[in-house]
Write a protein that binds this ligand. Structure first.
Ligand code: OGA
Ligand code: MN
Length: 286
């Protein structure tokens, strides 16, 4: 197995493992170790079925069945999420503008995702890239005083701030808001496996619990800007057959949407279930 860094801040490619086939415990441990170190790991030229995608993912933990976003489930596979601009059943895809702001997956649920594994089956001729940033580094690089401030905050996540809400069917949107009421999580997330502390605030944070949105917004914006400085990012240029795995506990990501929407992009994602976290709170006053 070979580990080739792709970025200074985060990201590495893993070569020399056929992940479509059953892999041994030692290989799983080595991948996990590289994943903790680099936050994002990439496998190229993967050719597999949905069942193989599920089998590989399960080696790293329990999978979410996506009950929080049921409309994006891949037909017949509740543990696979379909992220695509391809029309579905003659209707425009509900997920076509998904992931277009900086976020960590399922932060608006009471089980924020531990990790996600996104597989590219179809891509536009140019663009359709995804960006990632290192939230552990973002936390480390704050001053001690600011660390003390964020250590005491709770970030409230609001489904209204998810991207692409305007292109969603209003009835489905109402259902999603009901399923996912605003929820407060610690603003600093401690990785349950590595113990690493990472900033946990995003463009989907409406406010800090106990503070107004007006009071919170300047700090939310500062922290997001601090975390997403170019030197703290990795930009992935997809190829068909790429599997990109990110750790949602220590990284944020964003779909750039830098492509011609008349061309098709199709991705399948598994989600590793995270620890239970947070409590439901009142929405921010916008
Ligand atoms: C996701 C996501 C980004 C992309 O699948 O969670 O945000 O580029 N995807 O499709
Ligand atoms: Mn996402």
């Amino acid at each position: 197995m070979e580990i080739i860094p792709l970025g200074h801040a985060l990201g590495a490619e893993i070569r020399g493992v056929d992940i479509a086939e059953e892999i041994g415990d030692n290989t799983v441990a080595a991948i996990r170790e590289a994943w903790h170190r680099h936050h994002i790991i990439v496998f190229r030229d993967v050719s597999w079925t949905p069942d193989q995608h599920l089998a590989f993912s399960r080696r790293f933990g329990a999978l979410d069945d996506h009950a929080s976003t049921p409309h994006e489930r891949f037909e017949g596979y509740p543990e696979l999420l379909e992220i695509t601009n391809r029309p579905k059943n003659g209707q425009p895809s509900q997920s076509r503008n998904a992931g277009r702001n900086w976020h960590s997956d399922y932060s608006y649920t009471d089980r924020p995702a531990a990790a996600s594994m996104l597989y590219c089956t179809e891509k536009p001729s140019v663009g359709g890239d995804t960006m990632f940033c290192n939230m552990a580094r973002a936390y480390d690089e704050l001053s001690d005083k600011m660390k003390g401030i964020v250590d005491d905050l709770e970030s409230v996540y609001d489904f209204n701030l998810v991207s692409g809400t305007k292109v969603r069917d209003p009835e489905k949107m109402a259902e999603l808001l009901k399923l996912n009421p605003p929820i407060a999580h610690p603003c600093v997330r401690v990785h349950d496996e590595s113990g690493v502390k990472a900033l946990y605030v995003s463009e989907r944070t409406s406010h800090f619990e106990g503070m107004s949105r007006a009071e919170s917004l300047p700090l939310i914006e500062y922290l997001c800007q601090h975390a997403t400085r170019p030197q703290n990012t990795y930009r992935h240029k997809w190829r068909v057959g790429d599997l990109v795995c990110w750790d949602n506990r220590t990284a944020m990501h964003m779909a750039l949407g830098d492509y011609d929407p008349s061309e098709f992009r199709h991705m399948l994602r598994t989600t590793l279930q995270g620890q239970k976290s947070g409590y439901v709170v009142a929405p921010a006053e916008y």
